[in-house]
Design a protein around this ligand. Structure first.
Ligand code: BG6
Ligand code: MG
Length: 225
């Protein structure tokens, strides 16, 4: 009896860690549009299916994956990567507090009301600006982004640092992710992973939702026990 009690307590979920691009807001689409411009300029085939491989990983790794083995001189690689980021950042100017994905602000508000800690765990180095534009700073206890760790997803570093900042053990954290690499990162960190997207794109996710509209923190926790 004591052992069962110990296992339940150890697994009791206390924190939610959210990926940003494609989970909190639809900036994953902006990344796709910006990379598509670069791919077209280089005459490299690039579509939404290929784009799934770019989600979650760092900017540099995204570009390498887009190039699929094609090698560019270092100067050109760097200038096109900067061009992509400039274009992406020009899209970010459109973002307002109304651009959270359906149900997200309600889910975050309810989570905090129910006593869960909340954090962002994003590979992006543009995360702070996005959260600012969404007027979402008050909804998170901690924001961990690509500038804070040496290894982006699929490494577990971002999520482990977020758990550490929240002072919650990894097994009591649940990650929300739209990227295959992010689901891998969550599992490597010893956390459960809720996929936002489709079963086809995120076959390893512990639960799948199209978005968090009408989903409650309590439902998630009960389904993951
Ligand atoms: C992730 C995105 O959140 O951040 C990736 O899913 C992106 O597509 C990565 O490459 C890095 O983002 P940024 O904003 O630093 O270029
Ligand atoms: Mg994402």
């Amino acid at each position: 009896m004591k052992i069962i009690y110990f296992i339940i307590m150890k697994n009791q979920k206390k924190a939610f860690i959210f990926d940003l691009d494609g989970v909190v807001t639809d900036t994953a689409e902006y990344h796709f549009q910006a990379w598509k411009t670069i791919a077209d300029e280089l005459n490299v085939p690039f579509d939404r299916h290929k784009n799934e491989e770019l989600k979650g990983v760092s900017r540099e790794e995204s570009f390498k994956r887009l190039l699929s083995g094609k090698v560019l001189p270092p100067d050109q690689f760097k200038s096109l990567m900067n061009k992509k980021n400039d274009l992406y950042r020009s899209f970010l100017k459109k973002l307002t507090r109304n651009d959270m994905l359906p149900g997200m602000r309600e889910f975050l508000t309810q989570s905090r009301h129910d006593g869960f800690k909340t954090a962002i765990g994003s590979s992006s180095k543009n995360a702070a600006e996005i959260i600012e534009r969404l007027e979402a700073n008050d909804l998170f206890d901690s924001i961990v982004c690509g500038a804070d760790v040496p290894n982006a997803k699929p490494a577990p570093d971002l999520f482990l640092l977020a758990a550490n900042k929240l002072n919650v053990p990894p097994e009591q954290c649940v990650v929300f992710e739209d990227a295959y690499s992010g689901i891998t990162a969550a599992h490597t960190a010893g956390m459960k992973a809720v996929g936002i997207g489709t079963k086809e794109a995120l076959p390893e996710a512990d639960l799948i939702y199209k978005n968090l509209n009408s989903v409650t923190p309590e439902q998630i926790v009960n389904l993951l026990v």
